[in-house]
Design a binder for this molecule. Structure first.
Ligand code: ADP
Ligand code: ASP
Ligand code: MG
Length: 427
């Protein structure tokens, strides 16, 4: 069994979907066992969020945006299917948009969209795309069936970035696949909590859905089909000379994705790595190209540096003061406070004098982080043992990645020289 995942850009237009159907029909006629995960059509998740935001602020534009979205989905049904199947799909897609219209109308009336509501709104992206693609596969003679991941992916209630409950999800997947032999067309990105409410796994989360399925089904591999030739040495949107990295270890891929290589959603690597399942990153628009293989084994031929990742915008926060020196548990308190506020920490450094702890968070959470920490350390602050938290913005993180780097001296020096030559300041 292979798990194939196609991202939003791969299914942005019906003609692109038709090409994917061709690739999948090939797998099917060769008798290969596979399961497919799809994201929403390209740009749809952003559009859904925009509609909800407009409804929340009382902007009537959400109505025309919704009409345009419905047209996009129904046009795809018309291009990809015929006859009775088309009629059935058109009616299902209409029902989906009616439900969505009711929710948006509710948001508009109360002028309020909680993260919980936004998760439900976003789920319509993947639910429509997979419904339509399952129909298109059936049209091409593939015994395919739509699977709403809310039936199998059980999560906690952290809406917007829910944590998967792996043991229960594993059992649900095994049970579901045991009872159905058809090709499952699974909605990426979404899940449900125990009470049945819709959750999402974080932006870009469809990759993660594929990897969770692969681990539960002991799949032979996961293929992540996207719009670039695999994992490249740097983001091709920032560095035009970037080229494909043929092989990466799980750890290297984890570092690349954690530090900004959006091509793989970071949590994706864990289930595949635990189960020892290789991942291939392939280009839908260049299907002959081998792309990148991510597996346990390092590439003996490769150099020390595999790639460079970057996060365009981060805020750096520094907690500083004599009260930190030699006090046991300070960093524990600091990061516990951030964890309770569900603020993700991108990186951490501590001065060797223990005089300060610096960490990076998303700029949108910086003020809240400062406020929470100053509350938690109110006593030390009042006594002058620590200073008010310092925030620095307009910074980026750049990471050089390569497992072999640790055996090679001089790389850090080379990096600082390159930055210096280009008048880039390091903090
Ligand atoms: P999909 O819709 O297929 O999930 P994404 O937009 O999530 O695609 O991820 C693919 C994008 O990731 C590429 O178009 C590219 O701009 C970006 N990207 C950032 N860093 C890298 C990298 N190192 N290698 C490849 N792509 C990268
Ligand atoms: N459609 C979701 C998003 O745009 C999930 C994904 O693309 O993987 O974030
Ligand atoms: Mg993605």
């Amino acid at each position: 069994m292979k798990i194939l995942k196609f991202g939003g850009s791969s299914v942005a237009h019906p003609d692109r979907i038709a090409r994917i159907i061709e690739i999948l029909s090939g797998y099917y006629t060769r008798g290969e066992k596979f399961c497919v995960v799809f994201s929403a059509f390209g740009g749809v998740t952003d559009e859904l969020l925009k509609m909800a935001e407009n409804a929340e602020t009382g902007d009537e534009q959400w109505r025309t945006q919704l009409t345009a979205l419905e047209k996009r989905h129904t046009d795809s049904v018309k291009e990809l299917t015929t006859g009775k199947r088309r009629e059935q799909l058109l009616s299902d897609v209409r029902a989906n948009h009616e439900a969505l219209a009711n929710i948006l109308q509710g948001i508009w009336l109360v002028r309020e969209a909680s993260q919980r509501t936004l998760d439900y709104v976003q789920s319509f992206g993947e639910r429509n795309s997979c419904l339509i693609i399952a129909g298109a596969l059936q049209e091409a003679g593939v015994n395919a069936t739509y699977l709403d991941a809310r039936q199998i992916v059980l999560t906690d209630r952290v809406f917007g970035s829910a944590n998967v409950l792996h043991a229960e999800t594993h059992d649900n997947i095994v049970q579901h696949f045991r009872s159905s032999s058809a090709v499952q067309v699974v909605t990426g990105f979404i899940g449900a909590c125990a009470s049945g409410l819709t959750t999402t796994l974080g932006r870009g989360g469809s990759d993660y859905t594929a990897s969770i399925l692969a681990a539960a089904l002991s799949a032979e591999c996961v293929e992540i089909w996207t719009d670039v030739d695999g994992v490249l040495t740097a983001d091709p949107r920032a560095v035009s000379q970037a080229f494909t990295i043929p092989r990466l270890t799980y750890n290297e891929a984890m570092e690349m994705s954690h530090f900004g290589a959006k091509v793989i959603y970071p949590p994706t690597l864990q289930p595949a790595m635990n189960a020892g399942i290789p991942l291939y990153i392939r280009n839908t628009f260049n299907p002959e190209f081998p792309g990148t293989l991510v597996s346990r084994d390092a590439d003996p031929q490769s150099g020390a540096i595999k790639g460079i990742s970057s996060i365009g915008s981060v805020a750096l926060l520094t907690l500083e003061g004599s009260g930190l020196f030699g006090v046991v548990g300070t960093s524990g308190r600091l990061f516990e406070t951030l964890a309770q506020a569900e603020i993700n920490v991108i990186l951490i450094t501590q001065g060797s004098s223990e005089h300060n702890i610096t960490f990076a968070v998303a700029p949108s959470r910086a003020e809240e982080a400062k406020h929470r920490i100053e509350q938690a350390f109110a006593y030390e602050l009042a006594n002058g043992q620590i200073q008010p938290l310092k925030i620095e913005t307009q910074l980026s993180v750049v990471a050089i990645i390569g497992q072999q780097m640790r055996y090679r001296p001089g790389i850090a020096g080379q990096m600082f020289q390159a930055l210096g030559r280009n008048h880039i300041n390091c903090v």
